[in-house]
Design a binder for this molecule. Structure first.
Ligand code: SF4
Ligand code: SF4
Length: 401
């Protein structure tokens, strides 16, 4: 078995790097309604899709160019880089109008709601993902602007910055620093919330009178406020360096830029090795939430098998949610999805440790994600409906603030 390093220590990283311009962008459209069509010309910053969820940010073109295809989950833009959309005047209001403006500018506003406690998560989400380090060091003013803006919506009475012990943690004004041991999975939101509030929160549910934003979220908000331009970039760790990357940049382009060769049998992971998702192909474009690009050689990948569960209990011993991944995986394997709820599947924080330690090499996290997906369908989940025509017209008219 390949041995991973579970340390969350970032060390001193280099400055954020900006890559060259790809000739083609593949904008992810999952959960979005495209508002432009094939052949339309766009400028850098033109809105191209509206998020179906009221909490997700809308999508804008990161580069000027021509829309070449609109597929169910992807919009392809042939980039020519000629021209930027006019910047907006940053919203001077607070509360709901500011929240709506940020959403229209591409920011995910799920965690922006009124709460007494605002937690800033500065703990790396996975080993080797160090994007917070250069942001905390070199983009201090942007982060402060992001935090000031978030406070206008959240209106907290207490603020905390949570950092891995030994990592950079220069506190913001009125923000108490909380250190956690620099070991994975301590950077995952449910564990960071627990480190501050002592409460355990089911993944995806709001904590009681608290909310959590990552350092990267603050950077996104601050960047939109200081430039008046929509969010069209993400920050990713690639090959140990941190990069500003345009949304929709194909993973194959990024790998080539980083000097990595992708061989047959390699797995290209969006994110880190423990919880990241394998790219469908090298043309897949990165999304706003993508934090890293990891190339796993066959000898370093979990070679998933359909071996029987041995009942050895290794997965349980390493599960931070204190549940029984082996039993849940058996429920999923035999399509007994509702039985997985009796084993507290919804408490799983998807850290991936069970799969790493499984004696039989079973793909436990995949089974768990499959069961969660099937349970959501059984509960009546549907792809979110698109906005109606009137709403769409109002939204495409641009931010109202
Ligand atoms: S991924 Fe596995 S180890 Fe991690 S919380 Fe879920 S069941 Fe537990
Ligand atoms: S570690 Fe693997 S084999 Fe052992 S109980 Fe868990 S799922 Fe079964």
């Amino acid at each position: 078995m390949t041995t991973y390093n579970f340390s969350l220590q970032s060390g001193e990283t280099g400055p954020l790097m900006t890559g060259s311009r790809p000739e083609e962008l593949r904008i992810p459209l999952s959960g979005m309604t495209p508002i432009l069509s094939v052949g339309d010309q766009v400028l850098s910053g033109t809105k191209v899709a509206v998020a179906n969820s009221p909490d997700k940010g809308d999508m804008h073109a990161p580069l000027a160019g021509t829309i070449r295809a609109v597929e169910p989950y992807t919009m392809i833009i042939e980039a020519d880089g000629r021209g930027n959309a006019e910047p907006q005047t940053p919203c001077a209001e607070s509360g709901e109008p500011l929240r709506r403006w940020l959403k229209a500018m591409g920011v995910d506003v799920t965690a922006l709601y009124r709460a007494a406690t605002l937690i800033v998560n500065g703990v790396p989400p996975e080993p080797g993902i160090t994007v917070f380090e250069p942001l905390l060091r070199d983009y201090r003013k942007t982060l402060e602007l992001g935090l000031d803006t978030a406070q206008k919506i959240v209106e907290p009475t207490k603020m905390f910055l949570v950092a891995a012990k030994g990592n950079r943690a220069n506190a913001f004004a009125n923000c108490t620093v909380v250190h956690v041991p620099p070991v994975y999975p301590n950077g995952l939101d449910p564990l960071v919330i627990k480190a501050v509030t002592r409460d355990e929160v089911l993944p995806g549910l709001r904590p009681d009178n608290a909310t959590i934003l990552s350092v990267k979220d603050l950077y996104f908000i601050g960047r939109v406020m200081e430039t008046g331009r929509p969010l069209t970039e993400t920050v990713m760790t690639i090959g140990g360096q941190n990069h500003l990357v345009r949304i929709g940049t194909p993973v194959g382009f990024l790998a080539a830029e980083a000097g990595a060769t992708v061989q047959p049998g390699d797995r290209v992971i969006l994110g880190g090795p423990l919880r990241g998702m394998a790219a469908v192909n090298l043309e897949q474009g990165v999304d706003k939430e993508t934090t890293g690009l990891t190339i796993l050689r066959p000898e370093a990948s979990l070679q998933a098998t359909d071996n029987f569960c041995l009942g050895c209990g290794q997965c349980e011993r390493h599960c931070p949610a204190r549940i029984m991944p082996g039993m849940i995986s058996r429920c999923a394997e035999f399509k007994q999805f509702t039985r997985a709820e009796a084993y507290h599947i919804h408490s799983c924080i998807e850290c991936g440790l069970c799969g790493y330690w499984c004696t039989a090499g079973r793909p436990l996290l995949h089974y768990i994600r499959l069961a969660k997906y099937e349970l959501a369908l059984l509960a009546g989940a549907r792809p979110p409906a698109g906005p109606d025509a009137e709403e769409l017209e109002a939204q495409t008219g641009g931010p109202s603030c």
